[in-house]
Design a protein around this ligand. Structure first.
Ligand code: GDD
Ligand code: MG
Length: 368
């Protein structure tokens, strides 16, 4: 079977992380999101994958050209202007083989059983099957009301609380019969959520909801991005690779004997960690990170090439590639630093502040 992955969005809620990096290439455990997703698809026997691209398409293509994704066959289709979620699928129609196919939102991480979903879809003879997952706050998603037989009755995208009748939401995974493509206008901005799903329901087509209790997260905000890392690292630790360093220390690392590591911590290649540093997982250090004497890093994700000076307190925050944090800084409480940000000595950043890529903060200018 084929799969279409929607990777054309601009990832606005993740900015500044997505200014230079499309959401699908944002690293998860030091590996681009999309690579994890392709592995997941491969496990379910799906190797023919069409990427519907729009924003920074060259970043995605260049990466997969360089690593040589031998096991999956990737087709790249670039939109010159965003066509919306359904318009993007219509746009790849010439590459589809005329059978039922999967569609994935390109920012979800899940272990939904795709084979079982397909069996359900065929048994129900649905035109479209939407995977469903339960969430605490359905207002941030598409709410899907079904009857007792799993048939979708109503679809409401981003409802107000007064419209919420269920906590089951659209998990961003669909199985679509090819005939449905006739209902999507060509080269026109058109959405599954506000356009095609309501239209199918109005026309009496059979749209089914496939309820899943598997792991599911939309990593589209910094909070969810951190939560995803925390979940995955705890899972790695549970899977037997002990607390402390999970997945082995990357090659070329130099870690001072006095460094204390607790909780699950992933360390990339060529990292340098100085004396008396404490790393309290869940934490990820990307390749080539350096942490100087006496600093404490807790619950944070650092992309490649980040330098943290001495006696820094870094907690629950995300630092994109090549950030520089000088000594005696505090960066806590959900801060997000874009690529190449430089934070001068003694600054204190908190309250989920976001610093745009390339910005330089003079020593001691911020204090929360
Ligand atoms: N190719 C292409 N073109 N892709 C697009 C476009 C477009 O014009 N617009 C959005 N996408 C991609 C995004 O890159 C993302 O992978 C996916 O479509 C969904 O877009 P989001 O912007 O992440 O949507 P959302 O999270 O607000 O809501 C969607 O996902 C929820 C589940 O995570 C909806 O489908 C909700 O109904 C759903 O519950
Ligand atoms: Mg999303």
């Amino acid at each position: 079977m084929q799969a279409v992955i929607l990777v054309g969005g601009e990832g606005t809620r993740l900015r500044p992380l997505t200014v230079n990096t499309p959401k699908s290439m944002v690293p998860i455990l030091n590996q681009p999101y999309l690579e994890h997703n392709l592995d997941y698809l491969k496990k379910h026997g799906i190797k023919d994958v069409i990427l519907a691209l729009g924003y920074l398409p060259h970043r995605i293509k260049t990466y997969f050209d360089s690593v040589g994704e031998q096991d999956s066959h990737l087709t790249y289709v670039v939109e010159s202007t965003p066509l919306g979620t359904a318009g993007a699928v219509k746009n790849v129609e010439p590459h589809l083989h005329g059978e039922a196919f999967y569609v994935f939102n390109g920012d979800i991480v899940t272990d939904i059983d795709l084979r079982d979903m397909y069996t359900f879809h065929k048994r129900e003879k649905a035109s479209v099957t939407i995977a469903l997952t339960a969430v605490e706050n359905p207002t941030a998603f598409g709410v899907v009301e079904t009857d007792n037989n799993g048939r979708v009755r109503r679809f409401v995208e981003k409802p107000g609380w007064d419209e919420v009748t269920t906590n089951m939401i659209n998990a961003g995974v669909y199985i679509v019969e090819p005939e449905v493509l006739k209902l999507i206008p060509s080269q026109t901005f058109y959405m599954f959520e506000q356009g095609l799903f309501p239209l199918l329901l109005k026309q009496g087509e059979k749209v089914c909801g496939y309820p899943s209790t598997g792991y599911w997260i939309d990593m589209g905000t910094p909070e969810k991005y951190l939560k995803l890392h925390h979940d995955l690292l705890h899972k790695m630790a549970r899977d037997g690779r002990d607390g402390g360093v999970v997945g082995g220390i990357g090659e070329g690392c130099s870690i001072h004997p006095s460094v204390q590591i607790t909780g699950p911590v992933l360390i990339g290649k060529n990292c340098k960690i100085g004396p008396r540093v404490r790393i309290i997982g869940p934490v990820v250090l990307g390749d080539g990170c350096q942490v100087d004497e006496g600093s404490v890093i807790e619950g944070a994700v650092l992309w490649e090439g980040v330098h943290v000076g001495a006696e820094v307190n870094l907690k629950d925050s995300i630092l994109a590639a090549n950030c520089r944090v000088a000594g005696h800084c505090w960066i806590v409480g959900g801060c997000v630093l874009g690529d190449g940000v430089e934070i001068g000595e003694g600054n204190r950043l908190g309250q989920a502040i976001r610093v745009w890529q390339g910005k330089k903060l003079e020593p001691g200018t911020l204090s929360f």
